[in-house]
Design a protein around this ligand. Structure first.
Ligand SMILES: Nc1ncnc2c1ncn2[C@@H]1O[C@H](COP(=O)(O)OP(=O)(O)O)[C@@H](O)[C@H]1O
Ligand SMILES: [Mg+2]
Length: 245
């Protein structure tokens, strides 16, 4: 069995006739946390969709612990152990947070209560939210629940899509801490994010996309220490900060 959690080899991703990601090669080691950076429309979400096999046509090879998953459906990929926190969070608004987590726990074996306890331990923000209905949650609370729900599935690999987007700094910090703890516990993590601080604090490596192409892969430390690299690759997205979408 390969020790790499994910190996993308020359992956091209298309929507109809439009190519969104061109020949991307990226390796994520088991237990590693990697950030995908890039401006709006760079192809971050598409890359995660490509790994999941959801909503985008794939070419090239995607291996998960050595097994080719590039041809698998999203439900098969999920059952293999790849969890996903989508950018739109998708909490069931008419259900309570506890019910949302219990629903997710049906996909795994063992007592449901244990699943909820595990999720709360991983994302402490969720504890006081358990009795609340999804509709009563703020954006940050929804994000916390979305991460907790993914943890319930006990993924080996967790894909997070812009977890910090639009959230207050104090929530961002708490969610970042949760991601760091999950990473320390051995979970492999891939984060698509425009919030540079979130990524630099939670990952060991970054991959920068620009217009669907990989333009740089380096250690998070190197990227964090280099205003030149940041300016070169993210300047426009920083200028646009606060008026995205
Ligand atoms: N469902 C879709 N159908 C067609 N084009 C899409 C779709 N989703 C995204 N795109 C296009 O793919 C490119 C990459 O988008 P995306 O992966 O969402 O970027 P990011 O997440 O980095 O902001 C953009 O040009 C976007 O317009
Ligand atoms: Mg996106």
């Amino acid at each position: 069995m390969s020790t790499d959690a994910l190996v993308l080899d020359d992956v091209t991703l298309t929507y109809g006739s439009a190519t969104a990601v061109f020949g991307l090669s990226l390796t994520v080691g088991a237990g590693e946390a990697v950030g995908i950076l890039g401006r709006n429309g760079a192809g971050k979400t598409t890359t995660l969709r490509g790994i999941l096999g959801s909503g985008v046509r794939r070419k090239g090879s995607i291996r998960y612990f050595g097994e080719e998953i590039g041809g698998m459906r999203a439900d098969q990929v999920a059952r293999k152990g790849i969890g996903w926190v989508p950018d739109d969070r998708r909490i069931y608004t008419t259900l309570t947070v506890r019910e949302n987590l219990l629903l997710a726990s049906r996909e795994r074996s063992g007592p449901a209560k244990e699943a909820v306890d595990e999720a709360v331990a991983a994302v402490p923000l969720v504890e006081k939210l358990l009795p609340r209905k999804g509709v009563q949650l703020s954006g940050g609370e929804q994000q916390a629940v979305a991460i907790a729900r993914a943890v319930v599935g006990r993924p080996k690999v967790l894909l997070l899509d812009e977890p910090a987007e639009g959230l207050a700094p104090i929530i961002v910090e708490s969610l970042q801490q949760s991601v760091i703890e999950l990473s320390r516990s051995g979970m492999t993590i891939l984060i698509a994010e425009q919030n540079l601080n979130f990524v630099l604090g939670a990952t060991q490596r970054v991959c920068v996309l620009d217009s669907g192409r990989e333009v740089l892969t380096c250690s998070s430390e190197e990227f964090g220490n280099s205003p030149e690299l940041q300016n070169q690759h993210l300047a426009i997205s920083l200028e646009n900060h606060g008026k995205r979408r």
